[in-house]
Design a protein around this ligand. Structure first.
Ligand SMILES: *Cc1c(COP(=O)(O)O)cnc(C)c1O
Length: 499
């Protein structure tokens, strides 16, 4: 124990909540705990719940930004964010397109009702993936000259129609400024654009260049503005070569806000810093600092967390990018796109999956550790809820099995343990503050897991069950209807605005 007087500051006992942001549909579902308990009783813990109608709302949110900037184009859902069939099938009715990053994802999209023309094939391409993409008339998002050569060979070898291609660029630099763009394994440096153009020139019979694009895994609007302006210049290069490109693809990475309250996030990160410095009790298992550490009384490192509360995310972030002045040309990027008569392509994954699902885990045991910490063991493991893995800190919602007794109201600090026989199997390494102590049989609901935090890292380690998925939607009488995810087809949906 420290002798620092601030260590015993009573405010340190105040719970540090990180309450999840909940859209109305997810909030309403969490107000139906009896249904959620019944589902877990029947289908086991963990259980993933998908809200397919939410993704249609999210598509509309992106389309509204296109409309505001008077831009034509397409929204491609980056399928890799979630394996759900219900989400992909529901999307077929919205006018959205899909970004498939593997053979299996492409097969899933085609088998869910997407026409090949509405699919873009991205990511590393094995020969089978390339063949099915070309065969089904998908748009190829090509990583480099080698992939263009291979694609041309597939088209020629199998007598297929000309394949539409978009080339992924990287390594953008702001005019005259320090290097802004981070290194990427993907894409071709804009400096080698001429090489790509040579390949496209050689294969005019097989490949139809549609445009250029980028995908940057960054929150920085400046960095993306530099990339988008670089794409505008690249489009000119294509035109100079006599090509007729039509679209610029701004990739994904629009972000999600996970937390309801900015103030909770600010207070939490401040207190985490103090905990690392030893001026307040620890806030994590084993004093883990999420990238921060104290060295001789000095704070070192950098907080390696997802910015869980962000002022502008999703469609709002796209809006900000389009309104942003091009770093060199000075005029808004959206205006420049419009003047070039270019279509805008966007590939949101996480942002389209925002609020589209939650993950439920049953409480198995609550006990005190030898060190006096309260341990809550769940029927799930760290692979079942990937929030921690993605650096997203957000509290679960407690869904009591039965109405809480009147004296059960005191807030409590707990550690959430998984079901693997592994020291590192913590649902989160941080101390979680809950408004009351959970009891065995209760459910913890992890909100907003549909984007990467649901099935991306789930394993069968130790033979533990992999979560099943159910699709839940509101019936016409206002009640909830559910089915297994793979049983969901968007047959009864009516009155949906298309596109
Ligand atoms: C993963 C990925 C996306 C989606 O990124 P999000 O951050 O989920 O929006 C889009 N495009 C490409 C090429 C990707 O690899």
């Amino acid at each position: 124990m420290s002798n620092d007087p601030s260590y015993s500051d009573p405010s340190h006992d105040a719970p540090l909540y990180l309450e999840p942001r909940l859209a109305p549909r997810a909030a309403a579902l969490l107000e139906s705990p009896a249904l959620l308990h019944t589902l877990v009783d029947a289908l086991g813990s963990p259980l993933n719940v998908i809200l397919p109608d939410q993704i249609a709302d999210n598509v509309r949110g992106f389309r509204a930004v296109f409309a505001r900037h008077r831009l034509a184009g397409r929204v491609f859902f980056a399928h890799k964010a979630n394996r759900s069939s219900a989400l992909v099938r529901r999307l077929t009715t919205t006018g959205a397109a899909l970004d498939a990053a593997s053979l299996t994802e492409l097969q899933h999209a085609l088998g869910s009702g997407f026409a090949g023309a509405d699919v873009m094939a991205t990511g590393p391409k094995d020969p089978e993936f390339l063949w099915l993409a070309a065969r089904s008339g998908a748009l190829l998002n090509a990583d480099g000259p080698g992939e263009l050569e291979r694609a041309a060979a597939v088209v020629r070898g199998h007598g297929l129609p000309r394949l539409r291609v978009l080339v992924r660029l990287s390594g953008f630099e702001a005019a005259g400024a320090r290097r802004l763009s981070r290194r990427s394994r993907f894409g071709t440096s804009v400096k080698s654009l001429h090489h790509l153009l040579d390949v496209l020139d050689r294969h005019r019979a097989e490949l139809e260049p549609v445009g250029v694009g980028y995908h940057l895994d960054t929150t920085s609007v400046e960095e993306k503005a530099t990339a988008l302006e670089g794409c505008l210049h690249a489009m000119e290069e294509l035109r100079i070569r006599g090509l007729r490109p039509t679209a610029i693809d701004v990739g994904g990475g629009f972000g999600v806000g996970y937390l309801a309250h900015a103030a909770q996030w600010e207070r939490y990160t401040t207190e985490l810093t103090r905990a690392v410095m030893g001026t307040r009790p620890p806030l994590s298992w084993g004093g883990h600092g999420y990238g921060l550490r104290a060295e001789n009384g000095t704070l070192r490192g950098a907080l390696g967390l997802y910015p869980a509360h962000r002022p502008t995310v999703g469609p709002g972030y796209l809006d900000e990018l389009l309104a942003h002045p091009a770093p060199g040309l000075g005029r808004p990027l959206g205006t420049l796109l419009l003047e070039g008569l270019y279509d805008l392509y966007a590939e949101p994954g996480r942002a389209l999956a925002d609020q589209c699902g939650l993950t439920l885990g049953r409480v198995l045991e609550v006990r005190d550790s030898d060190g006096g910490e309260k341990l809550v063991r769940l029927a799930m493991n760290a692979g079942d809820v990937g929030l921690e893995d993605h650096g997203v800190l957000v509290d679960p919602v407690v869904l009591p099995r039965s109405p809480a007794p009147p004296d059960a109201g005191a807030p409590v600090a707990v550690h959430l343990m998984g079901n693997l026989c592994l020291e590192s199997d913590l649902i989160t390494r941080r101390t979680v503050f809950l408004p009351r102590q959970p009891r065995p049989g209760d459910l913890l609901a992890f909100a907003n897991t549909a984007g990467y935090c649901m099935d991306f890292g789930a394993t069968r380690a130790q033979g533990q069950a992999v979560a099943r998925k159910v699709a839940v939607h509101e019936a016409e009488d206002g009640g909830w209807q559910w089915c297994l995810d793979e049983q969901y087809w968007p047959l009864t949906r009516t009155g949906e605005a298309q596109g």
